[in-house]
Design a protein around this ligand. Structure first.
Ligand SMILES: NC(=O)c1ccc[n+]([C@@H]2O[C@H](COP(=O)([O-])OP(=O)(O)OC[C@H]3O[C@@H](n4cnc5c(N)ncnc54)[C@H](OP(=O)(O)O)[C@@H]3O)[C@@H](O)[C@H]2O)c1
Length: 298
């Protein structure tokens, strides 16, 4: 199929767009005239989000892509569909995220939090990079979190340690920052920027689908949930980094609420960033076709 041309407006792809923050981001972009590709893991949930956004924004230029981001073959098929459908991609928001109460392996044999939260953005970004570059100026926004952990490079797959949900989640999200800093360095001068945003703590179903929200968390969210910002409020932080003109040429930053946050020292270490990059290339099979990647400052 010939890619659809973008005769008006710009094109964004948002992962995890059927709920929470991703849906709020997709909604806001659609309401300002963007063509939006929404990535969801379940078709019915994705269709419901598309219908809701379409009704409330009157934007019919919404496109659903269904993929389980834990599965690298599904990610590759997703990228192919996106490239076929969109001849330009001006914005990629790597938002999908989750947590698991117990160690679970992806179809590729990788611990699932690492697979979904870090390797999926890594692989999808690489597979779409040429299209982002040919659409420049373009932006990549990685949704991260506040992290108080370090990457255990010797056991990324949680084979030697007892599994801890929050640590596994934290390390996989730390990967978003390592990735952002290394990619920004490699993309200097390419017209494509990449930043990471901490959206704040907000009301959410995070990890709910994967069984991470036990009774305790459900109770906590009932008790203190009312005091937390909504996903719509949290989305403003991401939208600022994704669309504000003052962020046009800004790359390699860790953003909070419109301001740069202090990045944890471990991601300011280029050797650590490069180390995770190289491991990620191997785990995603990209090292084999690395020559196909046009990342200029490697
Ligand atoms: N909530 C917070 O307080 C908070 C704080 C800091 C950072 N964040 C980050 O914000 C982002 C969005 O989270 P949220 O709070 O909005 O949670 P959410 O409502 O659960 O949204 C997460 C989205 O990711 C999708 N997803 C999860 N696993 C997937 C997979 N294997 N394949 C495809 N899609 C998958 C989910 O799909 P399903 O609906 O099918 O599960 C959902 O659409 C995450 O990256 C999270 O780490 C959240």
């Amino acid at each position: 199929m010939k890619p659809m041309s973008t005769s008006h407006g710009k094109t964004a792809l948002v992962t995890g767009a059927n709920s929470g923050l991703g849906k709020a981001i997709a909604h806001a972009l659609a309401s300002t005239g963007w063509r939006v590709g929404l990535v969801a893991r379940h078709r019915a949930r994705g269709e419901a989000a598309v219908a809701e956004i379409q009704t409330s924004t009157d934007n019919a230029d919404l496109h659903l892509f269904v993929a389980d981001l834990a599965d690298q073959s599904a990610l590759r098929a997703l990228a192919e569909q996106v490239l076929e459908r969109f001849d330009r991609v001006h914005l990629l928001v790597n938002n999908a995220g989750t947590a698991f109460p117990a160690r679970r392996l992806s179809p590729d044999g990788i611990e699932c939090a690492l697979a979904v939260n870090h390797l999926a953005p890594f692989l999808l970004t690489h597979l779409l990079l040429e299209r982002l570059q040919s659409s420049a100026p373009a932006r990549i926004v990685n949704v991260g979190t506040r992290i108080d952990t370090v990457m255990d490079f010797t056991d990324l797959n949680w084979e030697r340690r007892p599994y801890r949900m929050m640590q596994a989640y934290g390390q996989s999200k730390l990967g978003n920052l390592h990735f952002t800093f290394e990619l920004a360095r490699r993309l200097q001068g390419s017209g494509v920027t990449v930043n990471c945003v901490f959206p704040g703590v907000f009301k959410s179903n995070l990890g709910g689908t994967d069984g991470a929200q036990g009774l305790f968390w459900k109770l906590v969210s009932v008790l203190v949930g009312w005091a937390l910002p909504t996903a719509d409020q949290a989305a403003r932080r991401v939208l600022h980094v994704a669309t504000a003109p003052e962020v046009d040429d800004v790359s390699g930053r860790y953003f909070g609420d419109r301001k740069t946050l202090k990045a944890p020292p471990q991601v300011l270490n280029p050797a650590a960033n490069r180390r995770l990059w190289e491991i990620s290339e191997t785990l995603t099979g990209l090292s084999e076709d690395a020559s196909a990647l046009d990342v200029s400052n490697a």
